[in-house]
Design a protein around this ligand. Structure first.
Ligand code: A2P
Length: 268
């Protein structure tokens, strides 16, 4: 799980990370992050709105790994006003001097108003890289048009069933890397018969097939689990590849019609 990709600002990001959305603060979250780091993950994705930054920070600090060996992302809760003040609070909860990546969690109140504050957080060295999440192609264009420091990442829900080709093309053309959250469809895609069929033939799990698809489609992928063996299994995806025929079958599961929207149904 230590393969990396270079972002547009020149920094390296591990292509596989642990997502901790809906992981309860405290023991559940600390265990998940600790197990992930033990299994070789070097990238943890949290957010102010998840309420578990304290646990993430504790597990990262207790791991004994050097700070620069673990990539930590958090996200600005845009129902608040000031990205710098909120990041300072996040860093206090995390017990870290800076995050590797700071994202606007969703385009609340429009896609652009928070960006100045995000740039300031970057300038102050509190965030090595800055980006956005849940932004559509139009939202991306609006931010990029007024940015001095461009977002290097857009994190959206992405899987064969939510294959946002339009958004992917726009992001690629502007040097914005896409990150996939809920790459397993929050678990719903694991029962799909076509995915199960491919998994069975390859002697892999459906989760591994979905994670591999995200990687081979160029995404940074953030599966979530709180079970130790699943956390390990989800990172054990660098010793096989999906053939073009299997990728094509998975591509065909898309239900977005190639839309460029970031989400089917905004959840905020
Ligand atoms: P759990 O956390 O109980 O292990 P997503 O990453 O798309 O949000 O999906 C997360 C969901 O998928 C969670 O409910 C998680 O359950 C489940 N999950 C994650 N990895 C696996 C796996 N390898 N096998 C089965 N279920 C998994």
């Amino acid at each position: 799980g230590t393969e990396t990709k270079t972002l547009a600002d020149g920094t390296a990001i591990p292509v596989l990370g642990l997502g901790v959305w809906q992981v309860r603060d405290g023991r559940d979250c600390e265990d998940a992050v600790r197990w992930a780091l033990e299994a070789g993950y070097r990238h943890i994705d949290t957010a102010q709105a998840y309420g578990n930054e304290g646990s993430v920070g504790r597990a990262v600090r207790d791991s004994g790994l050097a700070r620069d060996e673990v990539y930590v992302t958090t996200k600005f809760n845009p129902s608040r006003r000031d990205p710098v003040a909120e990041l300072e609070r996040s860093l206090e909860r995390l017990g870290l001097d800076a995050v590797d990546l700071y994202l606007v969690h969703w385009p609340a109140g429009g896609p652009t108003w928070a960006w100045k504050g995000m740039q300031r957080a970057h300038e102050l060295g509190l965030a090595r890289s800055i980006g956005v999440s849940n932004f559509s192609a139009d939202d991306m264009a609006a931010v990029l048009a007024g940015a001095d420091v461009a977002p290097v990442v857009n994190q959206v829900q992405f899987s064969p069933f939510e294959f946002r080709r339009g958004l992917q093309e726009v992001c690629a053309s502007r040097g914005v890397a896409l990150e996939a959250y809920s790459p397993l469809g929050t678990g719903r895609h694991l029962d799909d018969p076509q995915i199960a069929g491919i998994a069975q033939r390859l002697g892999r799990s459906p989760a591994q097939v979905l994670i591999r698809w995200s990687l081979q489609r160029g995404l940074i992928v953030l599966p979530k689990s709180t079970h130790r063996e699943r956390i390990a299994q989800n990172a054990d995806v660098f010793d096989f590849t999906l053939a073009d025929e299997d990728l094509a079958v998975l591509d065909g599961l898309d239900r977005t019609g190639g839309t460029d929207s970031a989400l089917e149904r905004p959840w905020w």
